[in-house]
Design a binder for this molecule. Structure first.
Ligand code: HGA
Length: 610
C-alpha cells in the first residue's frame, strides 16, 4: 500500500510533499522519493531507502526546489526495497511517475518495450508504465494523451501521477483500483492517496472514480471518466468528525468503529483486487514464491483475531484444499509441536504487539516454518517488522477495547490470502471471479445491515436482565457465533457461550430455558436445514431464539422465535456480513446496562503482556 502525493503551486512544493509523505507513511515505509520540476524546467529527483526521515535529510542536504512535484513512500511489491526501485521512476530525464498498485501484465509490456530499445534500471512494474507513457508521448508530445493511451494497455490496479519537464505547468493523474483524491486549493492544487496527507494545505477534496484521468493545474482541474466524457466530481469538505482519534457524533468509539466498517472493509480490498482477480503481489514481492509450495497453514492469534483465524480455516481448506490448523498463541508457545514440511506460519494481531502472538512468531522463526505471514493493523509494529510477508488491514486506529472493524478487515485480508493460496492449488478462474465479485458487494451489504440498527436496538432489550446466553452457528458461522459471544461478554458482562449448533444436544441443551436467550446466525448455506432442526430443539425446551437469517433460509418468526432478515450474501463472504449485527446487539445491550462500552472492566486494548 504505497502512498503518493503531488502538488502544483505558485510556491515551492518540497515542504508540502514531505509533510504529505510523513502522513502517508502508514501506507509504506521501505523507501521514499520525490521528483520536482525546477525553475529551469528540469526534473530533480531524490530517493532514499528507509523512512521518510531519511528522504528529508537528503533533501535538506540537496534541495529539489520547484513549483510542481510528485512524491512517494513505498511498500515494495515488485523488486526489493532499494534506491533503484524507489519511486519516482523516470523514462529519460524529462518524464517522472509515481505509482501505487500493481501492473499485472508488466512482464509482457517490459519485454515489448525492451525490444523497442527502452532500458530498465529497476525491477519494478512502475518503470514499465513510465516507459510506456514516454513511448506514446513521442507520437504527439502531449502528456495527457500519452497517459490516456497508456492506460488502455495497463491491467491490474493503479493510481498514477505523472509529470513531464516540457509541460511544467500541469501533472496528469489517473486511477483504476487504487485510491486517489484531488485536494482543491486556492491558486494551487494537490493529489494524494489519502486526504489525510493534504490536511495541512486544504480541507476540500474531490474523490476520483475508477477509470478517471485528470489534468491538474494550479488554477484548474479537468477530469474525464473512462468513456472519455468530461465529468465533474463533487467537492466534499473534510469533516473532523471522520478523524479516527475523535468520536464525532457517536456516543462511543465502538459505535463509530462499527459504522466505519463499509469504508474500512473497502479500503482493505482496494488496490488488491481487480473486477475478477486477487492481485497476489499486493501480498508482497515474494508472495508467489512463498505461497507456491505451501502444504499446511498454521494460524496463531488471540481473542478476536483467533476467531478471524478460525473463519479462515474454512476458506483455506475449502478453496485451496490445504490443511490448516488454528491455535491460540498462549497455548501454542508453551507446547511441543510437530511441524509438517512446508508449513506457512500465519499470525494475526490488530496491534502487532500482542505479547503471546509475538512470542509464538519468534519461536516459529527458529522452528523451521516455511515463512511467516502477518495480518496486522499497525504499520511498523513488531509483528510487521519481524514477518516475511505482511497483509496490512486498513481499519485505521481502533480505540474501543472490544474489537470490531479490526475483525472484519482481518477477514477481508484472510480471504484475499486464501484466494491467492488457492490459485496455487487449482482454484479455477471462474471460482476466483465469483468470490472477488462477492467481495466487491460486501461494503454495501454491511451498510444494509447497519440500516437495521434500530431493530437490533429493540431486540437488545430482551437481553438486559439476563445473566447467560448461547450463540449458535454452523460451518464458518461457528467462529462468527464465537465472536458474537465474546463481544457480549466483553462489554455487557453477560455470560455468553458459543457452540457449533450440532453440539447442542451433546450437553448445552440442558441449560436451555426461558432465561437463556439463544442467538443464531443463519445465512442460506447448505447447513441451514440442519441448523433449523437445532433451533427446533431449543424451541421445544422453551428457549427464546434470536435468529439473524437470510430471507431465503426460510426461518419463520413465531412466538419465541425473533427473526431479523439480513441481505442475501454469498456463502464465502457471509461471515464478514453476519458479524455486524452481533456487534450492534452487544453494543446496545451494554448501553442499556450502562457499562463502560469503550473501556470495559479488567480489559486492555493492546495486550503487550503475557
Ligand atoms: N508495484 C509498485 C508499487 C507498490 C505499491 O503500490 N505497494 O502498495 C512497486 O513495487 O514499487
Amino acid at each position: 500500500m504505497c502512498g503518493i502525493v503531488g502538488a502544483v503551486s505558485e510556491r515551492d512544493v518540497q515542504g508540502i510533499l514531505l509533510e504529505g509523505l510523513r502522513r502517508l507513511e502508514y501506507r509504506g515505509y521501505d523507501s521514499a522519493g520525490m521528483a520536482v520540476v525546477g525553475s529551469e524546467s528540469q526534473i530533480q529527483r531524490a530517493r532514499e531507502v528507509g523512512k521518510v526521515a531519511a528522504l528529508a535529510d537528503a533533501i535538506e542536504a540537496n534541495p529539489v526546489a520547484g513549483h510542481m512535484g510528485i512524491a512517494h513512500t513505498r511498500w515494495a511489491t515488485h523488486g526489493e526495497p532499494s534506491q533503484q526501485n524507489a519511486h519516482p521512476h523516470m523514462s529519460g530525464d524529462r518524464l517522472a511517475i509515481v505509482h501505487n498498485g500493481i501492473i499485472e501484465n508488466y512482464q509482457e509490456l517490459r519485454d515489448e518495450l525492451k525490444a523497442e530499445g527502452y532500458e530498465f534500471t529497476s525491477q519494478t512494474d512502475t518503470e514499465v508504465v513510465a516507459h510506456l507513457i514516454n513511448k506514446h508521448y513521442q507520437a504527439d508530445k502531449n502528456l495527457y494523451k500519452a497517459v490516456k493511451t497508456a492506460m488502455t494497455r495497463l491491467r491490474g490496479a493503479y493510481a498514477l501521477a505523472v509529470v513531464h519537464s516540457d509541460e511544467p505547468d500541469h501533472m496528469v493523474v489517473s486511477r483504476e483500483g487504487s485510491p486517489l483524491v484531488v485536494g482543491v486549493g486556492i491558486g494551487e492544487n494537490f493529489i494524494a492517496s489519502d486526504q489525510l496527507a493534504l490536511l495541512p494545505v486544504t480541507d476540500r477534496f474531490m474523490f476520483l472514480e475508477e477509470g478517471d484521468i485528470a489534468d491538474i493545474r494550479k488554477d484548474k482541474i479537468a477530469i474525464e471518466d473512462r468513456d472519455g466524457n468530461a465529468v465533474e466530481r463533487s467537492i466534499t469538505r473534510f469533516e473532523h468528525a471522520s478523524d479516527s482519534a475523535d468520536k464525532g457524533e457517536y456516543r462511543h468509539y465502538m459505535l463509530k468503529e462499527i459504522y466505519e466498517q463499509p469504508k474500512v472493509v473497502k479500503a482493505t480490498m482496494t488496490g488488491r483486487i481487480t473486477d475478477s482477480r486477487v492481485l497476489e503481489q499486493a501480498l508482497g514481492t515474494d508472495a508467489a514464491k512463498l505461497l507456491e509450495n505451501v502444504r499446511h497453514v498454521q494460524i496463531i492469534a488471540c481473542g478476536t483475531s483467533y476467531h478471524a483465524g478460525m473463519v479462515a480455516r474454512y476458506w483455506i481448506e475449502e478453496l485451496a484444499g490445504v490443511p490448516c490448523s488454528v491455535e491460540v498463541a498462549s497455548e501454542f508457545r508453551y507446547r511441543k509441536h510437530v511441524i509438517q514440511q512446508d508449513t506457512l506460519f500465519l499470525c494475526i494481531s490488530q496491534s502487532g504487539e500482542t505479547a503471546d502472538t509475538l512470542a509464538a512468531l519468534r519461536q516459529a522463526k527458529k522452528a523451521g516454518f516455511r515463512a511467516a505471514l502477518a495480518i496486522c493493523n499497525v504499520p511498523g509494529s513488531s509483528l510487521v517488522r519481524e514477518s516475511d510477508l505482511v497483509i496490512m488491514t486498513q481499519a485505521g486506529p481502533e480505540i474501543g477495547v472490544a474489537s470490531t472493524k479490526a475483525f472484519t478487515t482481518q477477514l477481508v485480508a484472510l480471504l484475499l490470502f486464501s484466494v491467492a493460496l488457492a490459485r496455487h492449488n487449482g482454484l479455477s478462474e471462474e471460482k476466483e471471479a465469483e468470490i472477488v465479485k462477492a467481495l466487491h458487494l460486501v461494503p454495501g451489504q454491511v451498510s444494509d445491515v447497519l440500516a437495521l440498527d434500530g431493530e437490533i436496538e429493540n431486540m437488545s432489550k430482551a437481553f438486559m436482565d439476563k445473566n447467560h446466553s448461547l450463540f449458535l452457528g454452523r460451518g464458518s458461522q461457528y467462529p462468527v457465533a464465537m465472536e458474537g459471544a465474546l463481544k457480549l461478554k466483553e462489554i455487557s458482562y453477560i455470560h455468553a457461550e458459543a457452540y457449533p449448533a450440532g453440539e447442542l444436544k451433546h450437553g448445552p441443551l440442558a441449560l436451555v430455558d426461558s432465561e437463556m436467550p439463544v442467538v443464531t446466525v443463519a445465512p442460506n448455506n447448505d447447513l441451514v436445514e440442519k441448523l433449523k432442526s437445532n433451533l427446533e430443539e431449543v424451541r421445544a425446551r422453551g428457549g427464546e431464539l434470536f435468529v439473524f437469517a437470510d430471507k431465503a433460509a426460510g426461518v419463520k418468526a413465531e412466538p419465541g422465535i425473533h427473526v431479523m432478515q439480513l441481505p442475501s450474501v454469498h456463502e464465502i463472504t457471509a461471515p464478514i456480513v453476519y458479524t455486524v449485527p452481533l456487534q450492534l446487539l452487544s453494543y446496545h445491550v451494554a448501553v442499556l446496562k450502562g457499562t463502560d462500552v469503550d473501556q470495559p472492566r479488567n480489559l486492555a486494548k493492546s495486550v503487550t503482556v503475557e
